[in-house]
Write a protein that binds this ligand. Structure first.
Ligand code: UD1
Ligand code: CA
Length: 455
């Protein structure tokens, strides 16, 4: 099977008007990845070694996005929208290269599973010329029906072309097809457009192949896995299904999710074993959480690395470049951006650490701010191993706080603090005995005089 070559043709020429969006339909995201990228991944998972992306008129945004998620993909333009067979033939040059297997997929069917595609390829390897992935939707209206006769799949009838009798069939075309490369062009070139919509239907190749005595088979996939997205309500439905699958996988992989339905993952989130995730946590793109870490409730992470047994939150925000080493701690109402928090360092409350290193075992007091930006450029703060930063200090970058240094609370630090030094960056306190009482009396008599004058 692995020795067979495979081309995946992804149809992404959707108009997308029902999304009511300036963004092409297939670029709307699920788990922070465009739908069409999910499709490309599934194809890759089923062993596709080449990808042809068929985009519509003005499909430049899709083509450009594809450079990130499918750099090997060749884009083809279907200038006029004349039907699914016509769209597949836009990639004629790719098909003509002579792959063993061809997978036709829709860019707006993002939950397709690699296993279903692999099964379809398996059927090709067993001699089928066309494999149709079918499913049984709760309501078949609108879908092409699979017409079977004597155990053979003989045709797919589009909803609009069905007789009343055919319309009762519950087994429908999911839209995904596998075609033997050696037969593909011959079959596709015979498709005509005399049907209710006047379109060149890809589905017609079933009847064409059957009449030519080629083997045509149907496999079955779950309704959820072949859900097609046409509007944002369906997009949210697909997101929910995706998240449910991912949460389950995280738990099977050894993470504890106390309230799984409140935890959101991205397509690339990596969660280790014995990780505890409390309720209401958001994992944006590019987050890795190592074994034994704890993510407390209401935390928001993106572009972050959380080391073994590190602790985050509650109510913490880790932004891109946040790197927490083993047993580091970032507590409530703290924001960390582009900063390394080394082993065992603690940033427990109400703090902003950006463009910085916090050395091994350092302790950052409540309300500490790295002043990393002057409105034009960003500057680095380097806090050495074991340093202690007193509460409510401002560290004005670029700045170095040496290992073991001690910064007094409320300091504004603008000059380097050498290792083991003590720095005060604040006005000295002056205490005047009895002066508080005297001041209060003076204020009280001034107020009384004012009141008397007003009468
Ligand atoms: C299609 C199938 C139908 C199946 C259903 C599943 C055909 C003829 N019908 O119907 O049997 O039950 O999907 O959802 O294949 N596209 C192009 N260029 C075109 C036309 C379509 O790229 O000229 C793309 C669309 O962007 C979309 C896909 O092909 O991704 C399906 O097209 P659509 O018009 O939505 O087909 P359906 O009527 O839903
Ligand atoms: Ca459709």
């Amino acid at each position: 099977m692995t020795s067979r070559t495979c081309l995946s043709i992804i149809l992404a020429a959707g108009e997308g008007t029902r999304m009511k969006s300036a963004t092409p339909k297939v670029l709307h995201q699920i788990a922070n990845l465009p739908m069409v990228a999910h499709v490309a991944r599934a194809a890759e998972g089923a062993g596709a070694d080449a990808v042809a992306l068929v985009v519509g008129h003005g499909g430049d945004a899709v083509k450009k996005a594809a450079e990130a998620f499918a750099p090997k993909a060749d884009a083809f333009v279907q200038a006029e929208r004349l039907g699914t067979a016509h769209a597949v033939l836009a990639a004629r040059a790719a098909i003509a290269k002579g792959h063993d297997d061809i997978l036709v997929m829709f860019g707006d069917t993002p939950l397709v599973e690699a296993d279903s595609l692999a099964l379809a390829r398996q059927k090709l390897a067993e001699g089928a010329a066309v494999v149709v992935i079918g499913f049984r939707p709760p309501n078949p209206a609108g879908y092409g029906r699979l017409l079977e006769k004597d155990g053979r799949l003989v045709a797919i009838r589009e909803d609009k072309d069905c007789t009343d009798e055919e319309r009762k069939i519950g087994f429908c075309n999911a839209g995904l097809m596998a075609i033997a490369g050696k037969d593909a062009l011959r079959l596709l070139d015979q498709v005509g457009n005399s049907n209710a919509k006047g379109e060149f239907y890809l589905t017609d190749i079933v009847e064409i192949a059957d009449k030519a005595s080629l083997m045509v088979v149907a496999t079955e996939a779950s309704f959820e896995s072949v859900l097609g997205i046409n509007n944002r309500a369906e997009l949210a439905e697909a997101e929910a299904i995706w998240q449910k699958r991912r949460r389950r996988q995280a738990m099977l992989d050894g993470a504890t999710l106390i309230a799984p339905e409140t935890v959101y993952f991205s397509h690339d989130t990596e969660i280790g074993a014995d990780v505890l995730v409390e309720p209401n946590v958001w994992f944006g793109p590019d987050v890795k959480v190592a074994d034994g870490a704890v993510i407390h409730a209401f935390s928001h992470l993106e572009g972050a690395d959380v080391g073994p047994r590190a602790e985050v939150g509650p109510y913490a925000r880790l932004r891109p470049g946040a790197e927490l080493h083993e047993k580091a701690k970032v507590g409530n109402f703290c924001e960390v951006k582009k900063a390394t928090v080394e082993k065992g360092a603690k940033i427990n409350h109400l703090t902003y650490i950006g463009d910085a290193r916090v050395g091994v075992g350092a302790n950052i007091g409540a309300g500490t701010i790295t002043c990393n930006y002057d409105g034009y450029s960003k500057f680095f703060t380097d806090i050495g191993e074991g340093a202690f930063i007193g509460s409510n200090s401002s560290l004005v970058a670029p700045i170095v706080i040496g290992a073991g240094a001690y910064v007094a609370s409320g300091s504004v630090i603008t000059e380097e603090v050498p290792g083991d030094a003590l720095a005060f960056g604040r006005a000295r306190q002056k205490t005047l005995p009895g002066k508080g009482k005297e001041l209060r009396e003076r204020f009280a008599s001034a107020a009384a005089a004012k009141k008397a004058g007003a009468k």
